[in-house]
Write a protein of this length. Structure first.
Length: 612
């Protein structure tokens, strides 16, 4: 009998195959369980190593021993005539078949069972981002990643520190790694706002990938204790669920920038991206300044007086510790401008402080797109120097073509100058890069409104509502579209005439007027004037324009001019002001703002489009 025949007779081959099948099933179950408990990668590696050793031991035992009705005996002591290996082999065959059927059944159930979601309405048990998946099509956006491109989303790293106040640090680390990866050629990176929609959730990875249009994900955790940090990161292929790479870094806080570079470098290697030059790296600075910078960025996300003050304090601390750290100056510029826009500080002083912070950031780093976007916003909304605003956002996009802030600023400026096609293109690109960002979606909705596509604008706003159901301003924007479409009754479904939200008050005044409810409309308008005449003069002028009271409309436009009201940047795109276009004072207003040439160009284009 040959050696192979003897292996078969002693069931060595059957044992090896059965062991491999069972081990594979155990590994799949263990992978899911360990991931749920956020176990470090070495646990899985150790388990696989032990399984490999066990396989060798199982083969040796199958060769050397035989299980008989009397117990385990050495194979050499059993006469082949008395051997029961044939019966044992049949039992092994049945075991393998059962395990394989179970494995196939589990995979089939996981892959093909439909989601338990209602067919209509929103599933209130799911994260808002997942609820919005059914609404993305309304904005005419592609949901599946391009199979030919390499793409990745960086999910927010979990804060494993004992202090929940360290949340800003884990969020900041995730964002900074994302920023480094976003500068790697041939790698598409989902923007921060979209990937952070899943913070604190555990939704289905395949659905996240479809929604963000990516084929890889980077996730992990951060534990900070004093001057030491532990960062665990793992790279996952979304269509298979395979872990392409994982690692745990135990370092001192001073090494934080090196760790970010190591993680991005490992991602590049795992994805097999060919770099034409050196890989981009994190911008290093003093660790205390960096910590304050992350804290300032974290608080800047909340548009409240307290959060913006906390953001400004932290960013000012960062710039004081490390005056050469340009990102902190750019972030400070945005926070100071937000404070001024929301009326938390005097608009003149706040805007000038924001301008100086942006200019200083550009002195330190001319290629910082965020600083160019901040400067463009000031030049556009406050200075009304249109060409400079355009030049600033264009410069920012030259340095960083995929910068979301610069793209949104480009859409805003283009829309304000009557270049609606360009505005839509810029906003659409921002949405494609950051599909769940309400600011990007809002920019696309407003650009569509400006171009006269009110239905598309409404669909986009509906998508924002799916993400953020409590956004009263967005509900008011939907109502505004319906008013222009001659559907004020439908508009009232999105309005609350008792709301304190300024946009709800503004649009409800319009809708009530169109419904003939003049007394209620006048009451709303008087409340609006009483509470917001110093900051909302442009919108009050719009109400009078819709009423046909042109004298008061132009009077309030003049007040808006004196108050440096940013709403005046919408003159060329605002349908509510259409009744004023035939009044001689309209051209004078445009001339006063140096917008007459842009208006003339827009009218010529409209005539050309009508003649085609």
């Amino acid at each position: 009998m040959s050696f192979i025949d003897e292996l078969k007779r002693r069931n060595v081959i059957r044992v090896g195959f059965a062991y491999a099948v069972v081990a594979w099933v155990v590994a799949q179950v263990a992978d899911l369980a360990l991931e749920s408990f956020d176990s470090p990668s070495w646990v899985m590696k150790t388990m696989l190593f032990l399984m490999a050793i066990g396989w060798v031991i199982a083969l040796f035992i199958a060769w050397a021993y035989e299980l008989t009705p009397e117990g385990v005996k050495r194979a050499g002591d059993i006469d082949p005539v008395d051997s029961v290996t044939q019966q044992t082999g049949r039992k092994l065959d049945r075991l393998v078949i059962v395990v394989l059927l179970l494995a196939v059944g589990l995979l089939t159930i996981e892959r093909f069972l439909p989601d338990n979601k209602p067919e209509t309405g929103l599933d209130t048990t799911s994260p808002p981002a997942m609820q919005a998946a059914d609404h993305v099509g309304k904005a005419e956006m592609k949901l599946t990643p391009d199979s030919t491109e390499i793409s990745i989303a960086v999910l927010p790293f979990v804060n494993m520190s004992s202090d929940p106040e360290q949340e800003y640090f884990s969020d900041g680390i995730s964002e900074e790694i994302l920023n480094v990866l976003s500068h790697i050629p041939n790698l598409k990176v989902a923007a921060r706002t979209s990937s952070f929609q899943f913070k604190g959730k555990n939704p289905d990875m395949e659905k996240i990938a479809k929604l963000l249009k990516v084929n890889h994900m980077l996730e992990g955790s951060v534990r900070k204790s004093g001057n030491t940090i532990r960062i665990t990161a793992q790279l996952i292929e979304t269509n298979t669920g395979f872990h392409l790479w994982s690692e745990t870094f135990d370092r001192k806080l001073d090494d934080i920038f090196a760790v970010q570079d190591e993680i991005s470098g490992e991602v590049v290697k795992a994805l097999k991206i060919q770099l034409l030059g050196d890989a981009p790296s994190a911008v290093a600075t003093d660790t205390a300044a960096y910590t304050a910078y992350l804290k300032g960025k974290y608080y800047a996300r909340f548009d409240t007086l307290e959060s913006l003050r906390a953001s400004a304090r932290a960013l000012q601390e960062a710039t004081a510790i490390a005056p050469e750290y340009a990102p902190a100056w750019a972030a400070l510029s945005k926070t100071l401008r937000d404070q001024a826009n929301l009326g938390f500080v005097a608009i003149d002083a706040g805007t000038e402080a924001a301008r100086q912070a942006a200019l200083h950031a550009l002195e330190l780093n001319r290629g910082l797109a965020e600083a160019w976007a901040a400067l463009s916003g000031i030049q556009f909304s406050y200075d009304w120097v249109w060409d400079k605003a355009r030049q600033s956002f264009q410069t920012g996009l030259e340095y960083d073509p995929n910068n979301i802030a610069a793209l949104r600023m480009a859409a805003t400026v283009s829309r304000g100058l009557g270049e609606f096609d360009q505005a839509i293109a810029y906003a659409q690109k921002a949405v494609e890069l950051d599909p769940l960002n309400p600011l990007s979606l809002r920019a696309l909705g407003i650009a569509s409104w400006s171009a006269g596509d009110y239905r598309k604008s409404t669909n986009i706003y509906q998508q924002i509502l799916a993400l953020y159901p409590k956004q009263l301003s967005i509900r008011a924007f939907i109502a505004a579209n319906l008013c222009v479409l001659g559907e004020p009754g439908e508009a009232m479904q999105y309005l609350d005439i008792e709301s304190d939200n300024i946009w709800q008050r503004f649009i409800s005044t319009m809708a009530l007027d169109k419904l003939g409810r003049k007394t209620e409309a006048e009451r709303q308008l008087q409340v609006l004037i009483k509470d917001t005449s110093e900051t909302f003069a442009y919108q009050i002028a719009s109400v009078y324009a819709q009423r046909g009271d042109f004298d008061l409309a132009f009077e309030w436009l003049e007040r808006a001019y004196q108050q440096k009201d940013g709403g005046l940047t919408q003159l060329l795109s605002d349908s509510f002001l259409t009744p004023l276009h035939q009044d001689p004072r309209w051209r004078k207003t445009l001339l006063q703002l140096k917008l007459l040439d842009y208006w003339t160009a827009l009218q010529v284009k409209r005539i050309e489009n009508q003649s085609i």
